[in-house]
Design a protein around this ligand. Structure first.
Ligand SMILES: [Zn+2]
Length: 294
């Protein structure tokens, strides 16, 4: 094959994929999702885009990220870290909310470049090994992207310390088996808050077809999702950190912050429980509809 023939063949392959693969479109042109990074409270900052959250925590002994963006989004994350006044080579640890393509984007790059340690809920590490297709890594626009072995598997009840930050971790299976919920304390000017993070709410992985293919032919994940919500809904949470921006009235709060110049709008001690219990109710109707499908 000549170089020209090879070029034309590869070009057609790219064009066909852009035209025919609906997920491919989602992962293109990440820059359209850029938003200015900002401090939320204390040592916790927002470094994500308009769709997928990334949180940066300055632990006093290096930076911790919760998630690292969409595949294809790493350059934007690096810019966000610099814009916040930090350096990407200070990212010592990344906790991944769950093992999906839209949350693990920069993970391998950070590890290869800076030796960053990657933390992932143990069931999703098993999924990476045994059923990598359920990571949707195949939707990435970079054909070299693949799943990976995390440095640390997160287990139920783990208490992890990073610099001066201690994080209590729970497994909250539902959206994936290895979703993690995280709880830690923050302080700013003598005010203390509890942060809460829930690592995935989407029902897209809870259709009968999806669960059957995953191997959960009894659809036990519907009940496990509800149990996960019940397990952590009563945790005291003053600042609810989203997994996606749709979770926590993100843009409403961002507007309020810009209008008032105050970040107090991020503190709401009722939001966590209200949102989680709302999801549990939504799940009931979702499951009812799935059952009607026969
Ligand atoms: Zn997901």
């Amino acid at each position: 094959m000549t170089a020209r023939e090879n070029y034309l063949e590869q070009k057609k392959r790219r064009e066909d994929r852009i035209k025919n693969d609906p997920m491919f479109k989602v992962f293109m042109n990440q820059e359209k999702r850029w938003i200015e990074p900002f401090r939320i409270f204390g040592n916790v900052y927002y470094a994500g885009d308009s769709w997928v959250c990334v949180h940066l925590i300055d632990t006093g002994d290096g930076l911790l990220l919760i998630d690292c963006g969409n595949c294809g989004n790493t350059a934007m994350l690096v810019k966000a870290i610099y814009d916040l006044g930090f350096r990407p080579d200070d990212v010592k640890w990344i906790i991944l909310s769950h093992g999906h393509v839209d949350h693990v984007g920069g993970a391998v790059w950070f590890r290869n470049m800076f030796g960053t340690k990657l933390y992932l809920g143990e069931p999703d590490a098993v999924m990476f090994r045994e059923k990598p297709e359920f990571s949707f890594i195949q939707d990435s626009t970079d054909f070299l992207d693949d799943v990976f072995e995390p440095d640390v598997c997160i287990r139920e009840g783990d208490i992890l310390t990073f610099g001066n930050v201690t994080i209590r971790c729970y497994l909250v299976p539902g959206h994936t088996e290895g979703c993690v919920a995280l709880f830690f304390d923050g302080e700013e000017d003598g005010r203390k808050v509890h942060f809460g993070y829930y690592g995935g709410f989407g029902f897209n992985t809870l259709t009968k077809a999806h669960l059957d293919e995953y191997g959960d032919t009894g659809h036990l994940m519907w009940e496990r999702y509800a149990e996960s919500i019940e397990k952590v809904a009563d945790m005291p949470v003053d600042i609810f950190l989203g997994n996606h921006t749709e979770n926590n009235r993100f843009f409403e709060k961002l507007d309020t912050m810009k209008q008032t110049g105050s970040r107090d709008c991020f503190i709401d001690s009722t939001e966590w429980k209200t949102y989680l219990l709302g999801k549990k109710e939504e799940l009931k109707s979702f499951v009812a509809k799935q059952k009607e499908l026969g």
